[in-house]
Design a binder for this molecule. Structure first.
Ligand code: S3P
Length: 436
């Protein structure tokens, strides 16, 4: 077996214990970007030291931000450039991260220098036209020079941009944020309308850094006032609910489990996984620790007697887009049918997550009907272990390891190295909770 595969088998005694969930990926990227632009220095606590977020932090160092290491890698002081970034000496490596590349593109487009961003083969096959279109409408000079049309690497000739009012063709926090980050750098007010509410970390962090930003009462329109002057301010990043989701599902499906997850981000634009699992019969108790900036708290999960299938509503999809692979695993163990539609965005994630999730569920014996925009899973029958590819997709790897914790026989996931893009320490948490 290659060294980057992980094998699990049924957790016969259930999952038990308490773990601290590592920092939120979306928030970590944004703290690096905004902290690098800000005036002054800030203490950052609980930054996600995953490959994706470290790539973004390194990119900001290339633009002149300074990082003073703290006692632990996730705690450091970030010294901003006060809106005076320097040209990067080398091409910027975004690794596997669509968020890093798309958000950075918004900022780099408005800077007085040339830059070039590249990534791994997964990232170089993901659509960048969705950010190039609005940024070009703002006057950006941005060129895709990948083998696939409209894909990375991206070459950006920074220039003065002008504000726009833009309606997103898809519900995407990344595209929204790319436009807003460009918008804070130019003259005038930039307005984005979104078809559904997407994660609002950029807007909340604008508030944290003192960047003037308004959100309409229905949450669908966001505006930012340009030529902003972000000011550095200490921040503690909550744990990533998308990482917590693996244990929420595993502890729900494996009989006898009781697990406590500490410091989990509970932003209402990210917590649909909790509502959906509760609707399916999960036992999830929350104790809120802080409600300022980004809310977070501790979550306790006990095994469910029996999960039941459910229909995921269209408006819930953007709120749990990253949790769908592991939610599908819960659905395969639930009685009845779970319907996940209006989720065509899954086809352009780190892998085609409709195809990879459906394929792996079938490999374990589950019944799945695939649609262009989602799938229907009829669950309740026992699953059996299998050897499956993760397709280089961290969430497929972790999601199907969770499935293996309640399956007959052994489950092996190949190509798990990408777990480090979002969840360093995952293997250790798996060991702690299962006792393997
Ligand atoms: C993210 C937004 C989501 C999500 C991704 C992180 C972000 O993508 O899938 O993992 O940090 O803005 P889209 O907004 O493109 O759907």
């Amino acid at each position: 077996m290659p060294s980057d595969c992980i094998t699990v088998s049924r957790a016969t005694r259930g999952l038990h214990g308490t773990i601290i969930i590592p920092g939120d990926k979306s928030i970590s990227h944004r703290v690096a970007l905004l902290g690098a632009m800000a005036e002054g220095r800030m203490n950052v606590r609980n930054y996600l030291c995953s490959e994706d977020c470290l790539n973004t932090l390194r990119a900001m160092q290339q633009l002149g931000a300074r990082v003073i290491p703290g006692a632990e890698p996730e705690n450091f002081t970030l010294c901003g450039t006060g809106m005076r970034p320097t040209a990067p000496r080398q091409d910027i490596d975004c690794g596997n991260s669509g968020t890093g590349m798309r958000l950075m593109a918004g900022m780099l487009a408005a800077m007085p220098f040339r830059s070039r961003m590249y990534g791994d083969s997964s990232l170089c096959s993901r659509p960048m036209g969705r950010i190039m279109a609005p940024l070009s409408a703002m006057g950006a000079r941005i060129r895709s020079c990948g083998q696939k049309p409209g894909c990375a690497p991206l070459e950006i000739e920074g220039t003065d941009l002008h504000s726009i009012e833009y309606t997103l063709p898809m519900a995407s926090a990344q595209v929204k944020s790319a436009i807003l980050l460009a918008g804070m750098l130019l003259e005038g007010r930039t307005i984005v309308h979104q078809p559904a509410i997407t994660r609002d970390h950029t807007e909340r962090l604008f508030g944290h850094f003192g960047i003037p930003c308004e959100v309409s009462a229905d949450g669908l329109s966001i505006s930012v006032q340009g030529k902003a002057h972000p000011v550095a301010k200490d921040i503690t990043i909550p744990g990533d609910i998308s990482s917590a989701a693996f244990w929420l599902v595993a502890a729900s499906i494996v009989p006898g489990s009781e697990v406590c997850l500490r410091n989990v981000g509970l932003n209402p634009t990210r917590d649909a996984i909790i509502h959906v699992l509760r609707r399916m019969g999960a036992h999830i108790a929350i104790s809120l620790t802080s409600d300022a900036g980004e809310p977070y708290g501790d979550i306790t999960i006990r095994a469910a007697e029996q999960l039941h299938g459910t229909t995921i509503e269209a408006h819930e999809i953007p709120n749990l887009i990253d949790e769908i692979p592991v939610l599908s695993v819960a659905a395969a163990y639930a009685s009845g049918t779970t319907s996940i539609r209006n989720a065509a965005e899954l086809r352009v994630k780190e892998s085609d997550r409709i195809a990879t999730t459906a394929g792996n569920l079938r490999a374990m014996g589950a019944q799945v009907q695939e649609y262009p925009d989602g799938m229907e899973i009829t669950g309740g029958a026992p699953l059996h272990g299998a050897t499956m590819d993760s397709y280089g997709d961290h969430r497929i790897a972790m999601g199907f390891l969770m499935a293996g914790l309640n399956a007959d026989g052994e489950t092996t996931l190949l190509n798990c190295r990408n777990i480090n893009t979002s969840y360093p320490g995952f293997a250790e948490h798996l060991r702690v909770l299962t006792g393997y």
